[in-house]
Ligand binder design. Sequence first.
Ligand SMILES: *Cc1c(COP(=O)(O)O)cnc(C)c1O
Length: 357
Amino acid sequence: MMILLNPGPVNLSDRVRNALLRPDLCHREVEFSQLQSRIREQLLQVYQLGGDRFAAVLLTGSGTAAMEAMITSLVPENGKLLVIENGVYGERIAKIAKIYRIHYTRLQHPWGSEIDIKALLALLNETDDVTHLAVVHHETTTGRLNNLAELAAICQQRNIQLLVDAVSSFGAEEINFADWGISACAATANKCLHGVPGTAFVIVRRDALTAADTIKRTLYLDLATYCQQQDRGGTPFTQSVQTFYALAEALQEMDEAGGWRARHAHYTKLANLVRNGLEEMGIQSLLPPENSSVVLNAYYLPENFSYEEFHDKLKAQGYVIYSGQGDLAKSIFRVSTMGAITYADMERFLLVVKQII
Ligand SMILES: *Cc1c(COP(=O)(O)O)cnc(C)c1O
């Protein structure tokens, strides 16, 4: 078996893989309707959200589909979006805004940098028309965990709606929807939730969605349409039925194991093991642990190794690491420990790295 240390798709548990083999199902039958409703409830339960205030809207697509649905469905014609960028995924949000001609501005940082709160406040002070702020929670580009609580407080003070890309943090990091006043958050089945690629979702505050009901920039990714039909047990388009089976099973498995807090604790153990083990071999992390997620960390390549050579040697031993993006491609590699991966798997990983270098 190959151990996947890339940030999704992840190694599946047998339970989740076997769920893919359940009976064929028409997406217009009551059995599908029940499955869909159950997943929507399970997703809200991950962070104990009430269905009266929040809705989980299920889409067939990858994480980017959920990001695109969130941005295009919630920022009105006369609204203005501020996008915070400190990695690939923040930049992707701005690309979405540009393609759909959404009125937007950006606060740019080098990849991996901490969000400059002074610069953010200065920008907000000179432009009083920002209605929405979009930010990536865990910037998978570098492993940086952005400080959502701090941004949320600024948004709440100024009555700005907070839109979060939580694609690589949902289910493993703290997301305090109520205290942080989050309007919407986009995520996917096949990262920290340990499901199969093919299902993505947006957790959205119902009042934010009602207010946005008249915004129609896209047919396929319109959140309001999905939400209305899913509330009635339906779906506007064919959903990826088998990945729904897998997601329901993955959420059940996670709940039985102790929910997001237990997953956070498990990831923390694995991340610390890898960080300390690599450090002993002279392989340094890009960011200190206090700025990093527990989901993924970036490391400088060992001396005298190209990424390709290091990757190929590890793959021959059963481990798939992940390259850096853009300018970081030549200097770093990334290790994510999402998915059905054990402590013993990562102990063996360290042994293999030691042998290789
Ligand atoms: C993985 C990821 C995405 C979405 O990527 P897809 O390939 O579309 O699933 C978006 N944002 C972040 C932060 C991610 O880690």
